[in-house]
Design a protein around this ligand. Structure first.
Ligand code: TRP
Length: 333
């Protein structure tokens, strides 16, 4: 809570093209929250450097991510949309929270274990303490809810533990946040291996559908999607490929699983997959048009980033000042 307002906070890394998994699992639901909450969305460029980045690409993707958020329907007049590194309080609070986060807790983080297995040549301290930076993002804004995909739930839970630990010493210093996992489309799986999450960094380009893929590419990827043995379009645990495509179709069309089963009864997988591809392409066409317009206006995007950072700083400054005082740091008047 910030004053009388309930706060919702979420972030996305500018570390690759956003996928339809990001869109359906997170971004698409963002706009709805602004009616209920004071909403913050951060482009987490400081998180991104936990794995090696090419600076010019990180910069470009930061612009792209801001534009894409806006194209997906995020209205900057209703939401605070900003770039993490433009608000220095994040890095400062992260250091303080590091001192209240246990080695054992960080060692248990699944994402750390995965990433350190994938980047064995660069298991840096930032990769390890990444959840403390994420906790700083969240706690700076006295956040009540954190809409995230299921893969980030563990980090939000660690953030709660950190907040509670600190609140035990200084009651009420932080609002303790709750993760908010969307019910439908919370986890979109890879088209090549439906037992794995669709990941923007997947090496197999056919496994991932990006929001900005053109229509033909999208349809081609869905046509190649791995399905299961048999030929029925049925939602079942032993048919993870078909179930994933049904989830995607349901998210884009609003149809229920029963309706989808009826629609494709007696029809082969080929026709079903084509329909999923077309539904995705139709739904994303207006997003892509808007994105192109926004990217053509760099100055407009920069003005937007500046406004967002100023808004975010207003909140972040207040929380950090309170925290520094509690820590025993000398306050000059
Ligand atoms: N770590 C998140 C991810 O990789 C992105 C993120 C950064 C975030 N800060 C956040 C998400 C704060 C929610 C809240 O997807």
């Amino acid at each position: 809570m910030f004053g009388e307002q309930k706060v919702s906070y979420s972030g996305v890394q500018p570390s690759g093209n956003l996928t339809i998994g990001n869109y359906l699992g997170a971004i698409r639901n963002f706009a709805e929250y602004s009616a209920q909450y004071k909403t913050f969305y951060c482009v987490a460029d400081e998180h991104a450097i936990t794995v090696r980045q090419v600076p010019a690409e990180l910069r470009r993707r930061t612009y792209e991510t801001v534009a894409l958020y806006m194209a997906c329907g995020l209205d900057p007049a209703q939401n605070t949309l900003y770039v993490q590194s433009m608000v220095h309080e994040h890095a400062e609070l992260a250091w303080i929270l590091n001192c209240f986060t246990m080695f054992g807790e960080l060692s248990r983080m699944t994402q750390f274990k995965d990433k350190s297995a994938r980047h064995t040549d660069n298991i840096n301290a930032g990769l390890f303490t990444y959840p403390a930076l994420m906790a700083a993002d969240i706690l700076l804004y006295q956040t009540d809810v954190v809409p995230v995909g299921i893969d980030q739930k563990q980090h939000v839970e660690l953030c709660r533990d950190i907040a509670e630990r600190i609140n035990q010493i200084w009651p009420g210093l932080f609002t303790v946040p709750e993760p908010m996992i969307p019910q439908n489309g919370m986890k979109i799986m890879s088209l090549a291996d439906p037992t794995r999450k669709m990941s923007k960094s997947d090496e197999n380009p056919n496994a991932v559908v990006y929001i900005l893929d053109d229509r033909d590419t999208m349809i081609r990827k869905f046509r190649r999607a791995v399905t299961d043995s048999g030929s029925e379009v049925r939602y079942a645990a032993d048919k993870p490929g078909v179930a994933n495509l049904m989830t995607i179709y349901s998210c884009f069309t609003g149809k229920s699983m029963e309706e989808i089963e009826r629609e494709f009864a007696g029809v082969g997988y080929g026709e079903f997959k084509l329909a999923v591809g077309e539904a995705a392409a139709d739904a994303l066409a207006p997003v892509q048009r808007r994105y192109t317009e926004l990217m053509a206006d760099k100055a407009g995007l920069e003005a937007q980033m500046k406004k967002g950072a100023e808004e975010a700083s207003w909140y972040a400054r207040r929380t950090l000042a309170k925290v520094k005082k509690k820590m025993g740091f000398v306050q000059l008047s």
